[in-house]
Design a binder for this molecule. Structure first.
Ligand code: MCN
Ligand code: MOS
Length: 771
């Protein structure tokens, strides 16, 4: 395969404001090295693979939300033109149960990706495979299903939903929160709701599966090649090494593409049953029910404080929806418990089963809704005690992690508040709601903070210095748009001492050295560390050869080190030979140098390694050792609310963020802006609407499920206030990918209150809620 060989000659863009050689070093503003391939169409995505004999699969889904499938009549479909296979729970081959992503062993011996018992509308119950996609679509429409329907619980507001199941692991308590609340001179208590949301990546879910004997190749957009390869291997009872996942380009994942899903099993099974490669791409509506979006949540935040605005107690209760036959816990206290210093704290959480696909990860699961609760509540407290919303945050600044009782590794949140406020002009804000206007538009300024933990896992990489002096990097990690190709090129370039243009990065193939999940904003820190280590040892080998090989021009110098820069090797004082890496390799008769590096504890066994890459069980806690590690941010947002219509527009955003050292500020800024845009969508537009009669998602397409467009988004200014944090990663960076979405929705809700005097505690903030 050559599609994932990215050589980024000619990627210096005219727009690059800092277009010099330092762009290619770590911290430089190198443009995305995969950009030209994407723009010219050369980048081949999973579904674009052309394979001989490719058959096409289409899923058939339940049209009821709860009940059992009484019968599936496949006769008409089977005899339809081009049909090769019709799969039902009765006819699909046996698939074994697989362990979960934590590495817990399977709960059942076999796994049926096609359901007999329906627990949500849109659940996969059958599939049709045909010669062409059109034939498969036509035949799928001929599959007749009869059901025994039972009443469904459509969502959290359903009277039948109840209080749910307590999740003890989510309980966090210190001090005596109830008593301190009762004794507090100022008390506020409010309920905050976030809606069901979807990742809505441009590229749908799907895959191409091909068996060659007992070897399985899967082309599938993936945030985690090794984790998904493990699942396929377990499903089909083949060795892990027999499964190859290929995913060089991914059209967005946002949390939804880390796992092999039911439709993935169906495609791989039908390829095996047919002895032909099978392609299955979900329709846009099917994307809404084949992997869950962000769970809807309900939180109650109770704050007891002094007249000085100092928090004495926080009592937090949360609920998130989960599925009838699957568990998703959206950790609702993850920001509540650490953002502000409080001597007394209590948080408890339940989950409520409703008839939905199991909710899933969407950018900052947990932190995102958690921040909506606490960051609105502290704004309410600010108004209650008459203190500026920014000032009250500083008064309650947590000097250490209040929950773990550990020092922060770094926390530039005070700096973020200061930089953001200055740039935004916060001091010009008049505190009273409805006190700022521009004609018919009520203007509101809101602030909120956000945070995301520094998650750490493992990765390994190979770095090769090739005969022509160029450098090659290989890793089975991925780039779904966040910039992995680019930052790894920069890391290898700087570490070895070659121009970034001379580095080729290959990702997205599970045959490469392994990597953990590109989730939890951990990949950049993990992989820059692995590449740095591999590149360092490749460089050591190169310098070692140059010094010690009798054929090397440096041999007579008797230096104990050399300088490698810009692809050339020189003596430290410059008084000696000056040769290119290619010349050196040729004079010592070497075709290349190769080194592997990883971020794993030394002496890890093969079993440890397998576990580290294929599960998240061994991820390093962010509070490991003496420090608590997090990224931080402060959002300052202006809204304009039409006084007559109640329409809300975001007109200005200034955010200051601490992600530690940035590997590439241009890309980090783009990530942050993407997160902020998604936050604006959550605040004002996005909401999965359930048909209460049938339990269906009504707006299951990108016309009706509203995400922000350019017209919804003002200029966004992002400011980096981070400093290198070596407790968090090898090169000093903290997480970037999810941070910026956290805190946007509360900043907007707070701004809307400032504009209108109306507190909307229920997202999205649509006009009817402002009337
Ligand atoms: N970066 C940096 N300096 C740092 C850390 C990161 O410059 N200190 C930049 C790099 O360009 C890096 C990127 O930010 O490639 C993201 O790094 P990181 O925060 O480690 O996040 P991951 O690489 O693990 O990416 C996953 C993260 C998650 S969890 C979601 S969800 C998400 C996100 O990234 N989904 C995305 N950003 C996305 N961006 C795009 N375009 N598409 C998605 O689906
Ligand atoms: Mo991100 S939701 O952790 O993939």
């Amino acid at each position: 395969m050559t599609v994932h060989n990215i050589r980024h000659a000619n990627t210096r863009h005219a727009d690059s404001r800092h277009g010099d050689a330092s762009d290619g070093a770590v911290g430089g503003r190198l443009s995305r090295v995969d950009g030209p391939a994407k723009i010219t169409g050369a980048a081949k995505y999973a579904f674009e693979q052309q394979l001989d004999g490719l058959a096409h699969a289409v899923m058939v889904e339940a049209t009821i939300a709860a009940g059992t499938v009484r019968a599936i009549d496949t006769r008409a479909a089977e005899t339809a033109p081009g049909v090769l296979l019709v799969l039902t729970p009765d006819t699909i081959m046996e698939i074994k149960g697989a362990s979960d992503w934590l590495g817990n062993p399977p709960t059942q011996k076999t796994y049926s990706p096609l359901a007999r018992t329906v627990t949500y509308s849109g659940q996969h119950i059958a599939a049709v495979v045909a010669e062409t996609f059109e034939q498969a679509v036509a035949a799928a429409a001929l599959v007749e299903v009869s059901y025994e329907e039972t009443p469904a619980i459509v969502d959290l507001s359903d009277a039948k939903a109840g209080d749910g199941i307590p999740i003890d692991a989510m309980t966090k308590e210190w001090g005596d929160a109830e008593a301190a609340f009762a004794a507090a001179p100022v008390r506020i208590c409010a309920a905050y709701n976030t809606q069901r949301e979807y990742q809505a990546a441009m590229e749908p879910h799907g895959l191409i599966a091909r068996w060659q004997g007992e070897e399985l190749t899967i082309w599938e957009p993936s945030q985690w090649l090794d984790g998904m390869a493990r699942t396929y291997a377990e499903w089909f009872g083949v060795p892990f090494e027999n499964v190859r996942l290929v995913s060089p380009y991914i059209g967005g994942g946002f949390g939804s593409k880390a796992l092999a899903l039911a439709h993935s099993a169906v495609a791989a099974a039908s390829a095996k049953m047919l002895g032909r490669p099978v392609k299955l791409v979900l329709t846009r509506p099917q994307n809404f029910t084949s992997y869950g979006g962000r769970a809807a949540t309900r939180q109650t935040v109770t704050i007891g404080a002094g007249r000085d605005g100092k928090i004495q107690s926080i009592v937090h209760r949360g609920v998130n929806e989960t599925a009838v036959d699957g568990m998703w816990v959206e950790p609702l206290a993850s920001v509540t418990s650490i953002m502000y210093a409080t001597p007394n704290f209590s948080s408890k959480q339940n989950v409520v089963r409703v008839n939905t696909v199991v909710p899933g990860a969407k950018r900052a699961p947990g932190e995102n809704p958690s921040a909506f609760g606490i960051e609105c509540a502290i704004d309410e407290l600010a108004y209650e005690v008459g203190i500026d919303p920014l000032e009250i945050r500083l008064r309650n600044y947590a000097e250490q992690d209040p929950e773990a009782k550990k020092a922060w590794s770094t926390r530039q949140l005070r700096e973020a508040f200061a930089a953001g406020a200055e740039r935004f002009g916060w001091s010009k804000r008049t505190p009273k709601p409805r006190s700022m206007r521009d004609g018919h538009q009520l203007i509101g300024w809101g602030v909120a903070a956000g945070t995301y933990p520094v998650r750490r896992a493992y990765g390994e990489a190979i770095v090769r210095i090739l005969a022509d002096g160029s450098v090659e990097v290989e890793s089975s990690s991925i780039d779904m748009g966040q910039g992995t190709y680019t930052i790894l090129a920069q890391t290898a370039a700087e570490t070895v001492g070659v121009p970034a243009d001379d580095v080729v990065v290959k990702l997205g193939d599970s045959r490469f050295p392994r990597a953990g999940v590109a989730g939890g904003s951990r990949l950049a820190g993990v992989m820059t560390g692995a590449v740095y280590k591999a590149a360092t040892s490749a460089l050591d080998q190169l310098v070692g050869l140059a010094i010690s090989d009798p054929r090397s021009p440096f041999h007579a110098l008797q230096a104990n080190t050399l300088v490698v820069a810009n692809g050339r090797i020189t003596a430290p004082r410059g008084d000696g030979p000056d040769v290119s890496i290619a010349e050196l390799l040729s004079s010592v008769g070497r075709s290349h140098i190769e080194a592997t590096g990883d971020t794993m504890p030394a002496n890890s066994s093969a079993e440890d390694r397998y576990k580290n890459y294929t599960t998240i069980a061994t991820s390093v806690p962010h509070t490991e050792g003496d420090y608590s590690r997090h990224s931080w941010c402060a959002h300052f947002i202006e809204v304009r609310v039409d006084e007559d219509f109640g329409t809300v527009r975001v007109s200005r955003v200034v955010s200051a963020l601490d992600s530690g050292r940035l590997y590439n500020p241009k890309l980090a800024e783009s990530q942050w802006k993407g997160g902020i845009i998604m936050g604006i969508g959550q605040a004002l537009l996005e909401e999965g609407i359930v048909d209460r009669r049938h339990g269906r998602i009504v707006n299951n397409n990108l016309a009706d499920y509203l995400v922000p467009t350019n017209a919804d988004i003002p200029d966004i200014e992002v400011i980096s206030v981070g400093i290198p944090d070596l407790h968090s990663s090898v090169l000093g960076g903290k997480g970037v990918g999810e941070l910026a979405i956290v805190g946007v929705a509360p900043a907007i809700a707070n701004a809307v209150f400032h504009a209108t005097g109306k507190r909307v505690r229920d997202l999205p903030i649509t006009l009817e809620k402002l009337i």
